[in-house]
Write a protein that binds this ligand. Structure first.
Ligand SMILES: Cc1cc2nc3c(=O)[nH]c(=O)nc-3n(C[C@H](O)[C@H](O)[C@H](O)COP(=O)(O)OP(=O)(O)OC[C@H]3O[C@@H](n4cnc5c(N)ncnc54)[C@H](O)[C@@H]3O)c2cc1C
Length: 217
């Protein structure tokens, strides 16, 4: 194992990990980005990308790629609370609309941007252990789908590995603003709903429903 071959290893390559790796690589750092998933692939999430997220994609030079996927813009949010409804444009003059891309589309786009920026990308690579030496994280151990265990070293390891994060379990960070689960969410895909650029939310006692326009598949 070479000593410190990477400046940073990012574990998890979806909407948190890939932009982190991309920005570090654009800044000139040597980055390894790994995920046990391969891309494009789905994950548990609905798809609302609010205007600040859209503005962030524009700042990174990636918005045109999303628009080119024919992902429909959302120009109106409508919150129906029963006795009254709030409705209006979600964005600002600069970023007026939201989008609803499938994660199959968004995460792949972000992963490709990280690779283009120079990050080494390893899909289908499962991290099984965070390597700690003298009280300091020095790398990760893991394996590709059918490969033997390998150890990769870095000055910094970033945990972008989502819920039940292995990295968080290993380093036990301070936890704050914790909340117990407050609701159960279900979502599905329907064709033919007349959403026409609207995201609609219906809030009722102890329950709520929302719908957005079709996303690319
Ligand atoms: C039902 C639901 C609806 C949601 N709707 C929205 C919405 O409309 N808009 C919105 O902005 N947010 C929404 N969210 C929140 C959003 O999904 C999350 O904030 C987002 O997915 C977090 O992204 P992430 O990159 O941090 O983690 P994730 O998307 O969870 O990605 C983590 C990645 O880490 C990889 N990984 C994990 N462990 C390892 C390991 N040991 N080795 C290698 N790789 C590993 C996984 O394979 C995965 O690809 C929703 C969430 C849920 C549950």
């Amino acid at each position: 194992m070479a000593k410190d071959p990477y400046d940073a290893i990012v574990v998890g390559a979806r909407c948190a990990g890939s932009p982190t790796a991309m920005l570090l690589a654009r800044a000139g750092y040597k980055v390894l980005l790994v995920d046990r998933a391969t891309f494009p692939s789905d994950t548990v999430s609905t798809h609302l990308l609010h205007p600040p997220g859209v503005a962030t994609l524009a700042r990174w030079g990636l918005l045109e790629r999303l628009v080119a996927t024919a992902c429909p813009p959302i120009d109106t949010y409508r919150f129906d609370f029963g006795p009254f409804t709030l409705s209006g444009s979600p964005g600002t003059e600069d970023t007026p609309v939201a989008y609803g891309p499938r994660r199959t589309v968004l995460d792949k786009l972000l992963l490709d941007a990280a690779a283009e920026a120079g990050a080494a990308v390893r899909e289908g690579f499962t991290v099984t252990e965070v390597v700690v030496d003298g009280g300091r994280v020095t790398g990760v151990r893991g394996h590709s789908r059918h490969g033997r265990p390998v150890t990769e070293a870095a000055r910094v390891v970033v945990g972008a590995d989502g819920r039940h994060s292995l990295v968080a379990r290993a380093v036990q960070p301070e936890q704050y603003r914790e909340k117990p689960p407050l609701l159960a969410a279900y979502y599905s895909y329907w064709s033919g709903l007349p959403m026409d650029g609207r995201f609609e939310d219906y809030v009722r006692p102890d329950r709520g429903f929302a719908a957005g326009p079709p996303t690319t598949t």
